[in-house]
Write a protein that binds this ligand. Structure first.
Ligand code: ADP
Ligand code: MG
Length: 383
């Protein structure tokens, strides 16, 4: 037991402190994939190749993109904690339109892997630079390298500094892989501008099929997003995604009453997506077989269990199938001030202003599809 008065508060050795902090941010290899993928998207890449190797995805994780690249003068600071090019003041937090903003990912990755190297080239540079980083995120050395414009991040020997975490991952290798695949699938489904691929060894596991077209009319936005979603769904989830039903519309009107920058303004929440049909068609393949739920807020994958639970319950009532879950691919378009994604490091948990109204609105939209003859809205069951 620690006796009062005997307690010595000591500062953890830097290296240990870093490892502990990094381990909280990066729970598994999937978290690394997610960070690398989001950085590539933030850099405007239209092509992102992800590759993982080794049991439980621990040997190496590599992301190669054709995004902006990193200027040579930024390489010394790139992997230091709290270094970001995406946020400069507190006001920026209210209008984040990038996936990253904490500047913690690369630094954390350095903290848990044995080797991290970044090969990168901007369009202003004739040759690429390959930079190697130490576990504290410091730049060890650079050398010229051959590469087209873009960035390749190579992470080797994941969790080498965390033996327990490593053992844990090795105990469930297929679970680690499934999580990596799920992370990439979620991003690949919603992406309209980037071709995203995941290979495990040489096996192609995920590849989307973004609809890269110039939008003409602003009215077409939702329809072209839906078309892109459908193409991606077929590419990522298989042909049964052709049987999914399109939904879109306004799901809630809320009064901001001082909560927004424009006081007392009326705000609308919109949604678009693809969902399972509740009825079987003539060839018996109406219901898509896979039963995953993908929810996005402003095209950022989020965890929204309240919405998934409500939709699943409604689907079960509509189909009469007790254990069934619908395939759900739903993007919610919300004004940025109504969403706070800063709750946890992986930004999957979000706080939403007037969340219940939003869930009810989506349920009403689903009711129209799954209960076409039903007139009134089906109220949410209170817990
Ligand atoms: P954050 O994404 O929160 O800014 P990161 O640690 O993930 O923090 O990345 C730090 C910085 O490194 C980014 O702000 C960005 O400027 C740069 N960066 C990281 N990955 C890439 C990439 N693939 N292409 C271009 N720049 C990148
Ligand atoms: Mg990032």
């Amino acid at each position: 037991p620690i006796l009062p008065g005997r307690l010595r508060i000591a500062h953890l050795q830097n290296r240990l402190a870093r490892s502990i902090r990094a381990a909280q941010t990066l729970l598994d290899p999937a978290a690394i994939i997610k960070e690398l993928l989001e950085n590539a998207l933030d850099a405007g890449a239209t092509h992102i190749d992800l590759r993982i190797r080794g049991t439980a995805c621990l040997s190496s994780i590599v992301s190669a993109d054709n995004g902006s690249g990193v200027p040579a003068q930024s390489l010394p600071d790139l992997c230091r904690p709290s270094t970001t090019s995406k946020l400069s003041n507190v006001q920026d937090l209210e209008r984040i339109n990038t996936y990253g903003f904490r500047g913690e990912a690369l630094s954390a990755i350095c903290g848990i892997a044995r080797r991290v190297s970044i090969t990168t080239r901007t369009r202003h540079q004739p040759v690429a630079q390959c930079a190697h980083y130490g576990t504290d995120g410091s730049l060890l050395r650079t050398s010229p390298a051959a590469r087209s414009v873009g960035t390749t991040v190579q992470v080797e020997d994941v969790f080498h500094s965390l033996p327990v975490r490593k053992k844990d991952a090795l105990a469930h290798p297929s679970r680690q892989l499934a999580r990596c695949v799920a992370v990439v699938q979620a991003a690949a489904l919603i992406s309209e501008k980037s071709r995203i691929e995941l290979r495990v060894g040489t096996d192609l596991k995920v590849a989307n099929s973004p609809l890269i077209v110039q939008r003409k009319e602003p009215e077409d936005l939702t329809q072209s997003s839906l078309a892109a979603l459908q193409r991606n769904a077929v590419a990522v989830l298989g042909r049964s995604a052709n049987n999914l039903v399109r939904i879109y519309g306004c799901v809630a009107t809320i009064m901001s009453s001082g909560a927004s920058p424009q006081a007392d303004a009326e705000t609308k929440y919109h949604c678009y997506g693809l969902i399972s049909s509740a009825s079987l068609n003539s060839n018996g393949s109406g219901r898509a077989r896979s039963s995953h739920q993908y929810v996005y807020i402003n095209r950022r994958p989020v965890s929204f269990p309240q919405l998934v639970r409500a939709a699943t319950e409604l689907y079960r009532r509509a189909t009469g199938l007790n254990g069934a879950s619908p395939l759900l691919l739903v993007n919610l378009t919300l004004p940025s001030w109504t969403v706070d994604a800063n709750l946890g490091p992986d930004k999957r948990n979000v706080a939403i202003y007037e969340e219940e109204k939003l869930v009810q609105g989506v349920v009403d939209l689903l009711t129209k599809i799954w209960f076409p003859t039903h007139e009134a809205s089906i109220p949410l069951r209170k817990e």
